[in-house]
Design a protein around this ligand. Structure first.
Ligand SMILES: NC(=O)c1ccc[n+]([C@@H]2O[C@H](COP(=O)([O-])OP(=O)(O)OC[C@H]3O[C@@H](n4cnc5c(N)ncnc54)[C@H](OP(=O)(O)O)[C@@H]3O)[C@@H](O)[C@H]2O)c1
Length: 261
C-alpha cells in the first residue's frame, strides 16, 4: 500500500464513520465519504478541508441499492483513484422481540448490514486483487459474538459479517489483502435513535458506553496492518470469550445483563 491512501468509509455521515473520516484526514490520507445524507457528507467534507487542509470526497450512496453500488465505486476509482482501504461501516439495528419484528425491518437490516456490505466489498475486490494490496475493514459488533434478548435479528446480521470476514480473509490473503473485523460494544452515537426508540436501553447502559472517537482511533490505527479483529471494550470481549466456552452457564449467570434492551 502506498503512503497516500484513499480510504472509502460507508456510513460516514455520523457516528464512528464520521470520526474515522476525521482521523483518516488527520493522517494526511484521503477519506471518501459515503452515506445517504449528502448534506451531512458535504458538511463533513468542508469541516475536514478547513481543519486538516486535506481533500475529502463525498458520494451519495444507499447501500441497499445494489445496482448503484458498482457505479458509485467505479466513479470513485475514476475521479479519486485506486481504493486502498474500504471501511464497511454503514449499518443499523432495531431492537425488538422477534415475535414483534416486522419482516420489512428484518429484510432492511440484512440488506444493509450484510448484503450491502458484501456488494461494496465486491465492488473493490477486483482492483485490490490487481494491485496486490488492500484492506477491507468490516464494522460488526460484540453482537457478532454474543446475542442478547431483543437483538436476535441485529445479532444474526453481525454474526453473518463475522463469518463472511473470516472466510474472505483466508481467500484474499495470498493477494496481499488484509481483512479486519471491528466488534465494539455500545457506542454513544445516533445508532440508538433507531435501535432503541424508548431510550430505555441507552439509559440502562449509559455508564458502559464507548465514545465514537475511541473506536475510530482503534480502527484507523489498524489501517495497513494485518489485524484480525478489534474488540472493545476489553471486559466485554472477555465476556464474549467466556460465552464461547460455556454459553449455557454464561446465559444463566448473566440473565439480567442480557435483558437490558
Ligand atoms: N453505536 C453502537 O452501539 C454500535 C455498537 C456496535 C457496532 N455498531 C455498528 O457501527 C456502525 C456505525 O454505527 P454508528 O454507531 O456510528 O451509528 P450512526 O451514527 O447511526 O451511523 C450509521 C451510519 O450508517 C449510515 N447508513 C445507514 N443505512 C445506510 C444505507 N442504507 N446506505 C448507506 N449508509 C447507510 C448512516 O448514514 P445515512 O443515514 O446518512 O445513510 C450513518 O452514517 C454500524 O454498522 C453499527 O451496526 C454500533
Amino acid at each position: 500500500m502506498n503512503d497516500q491512501k484513499i480510504v472509502v468509509i460507508t456510513g460516514a455521515s455520523s457516528g464512528i464513520g464520521a470520526d474515522m473520516a476525521r482521523m483518516v484526514a488527520s493522517k494526511g490520507w484521503t477519506p471518501v465519504l459515503m452515506a445517504r445524507s449528502f448534506d451531512k457528507l458535504e458538511h463533513l467534507r468542508n469541516e475536514i478541508k478547513n481543519d486538516y487542509k486535506t481533500t475529502a470526497h463525498s458520494f451519495q450512496l444507499d447501500i441497499q441499492d445494489k445496482k448503484n453500488i458498482e457505479a458509485v465505486f467505479n466513479q470513485v476509482q475514476h475521479e479519486v483513484g485506486a481504493i486502498d482501504v474500504l471501511i464497511n461501516n454503514a449499518g443499523y439495528g432495531i431492537f425488538d422481540y422477534f415475535e414483534d419484528a416486522k419482516m420489512e425491518d428484518i429484510e432492511g437490516m440484512f440488506n444493509t448490514n450484510v448484503l450491502g456490505l458484501m456488494a461494496c466489498t465486491k465492488a473493490v475486490l477486483p482492483e485490490m486483487i490487481k494491485q496486490k494490496s488492500g484492506h477491507i475493514i468490516n464494522v460488526a459488533s460484540q453482537a457478532a459474538k454474543l446475542a442478547t434478548v431483543k437483538g436476535s435479528v441485529y445479532a444474526a446480521t453481525k454474526h453473518a459479517v463475522l463469518g463472511f470476514a473470516n472466510s474472505l480473509r483466508m481467500e484474499v490473503k495470498d493477494h496481499g489483502i488484509y481483512v479486519t473485523t471491528v466488534n465494539p460494544g455500545p457506542i454513544q452515537t445516533n445508532f440508538f435513535t433507531i435501535a432503541d426508540k424508548s431510550g430505555q436501553y441507552e439509559n440502562n447502559i449509559a455508564k458502559w458506553m464507548l465514545q465514537p472517537s475511541e473506536v475510530a482511533t482503534r480502527v484507523v490505527s489498524a489501517i495497513d496492518k494485518p489485524v484480525r479483529e478489534i474488540n472493545l471494550p476489553g471486559w466485554m470481549e472477555a465476556g464474549s470469550k467466556l460465552y464461547q466456552l460455556m454459553p449455557a452457564i454464561v446465559e444463566r449467570l448473566g440473565k439480567k445483563a442480557f435483558r437490558q434492551k
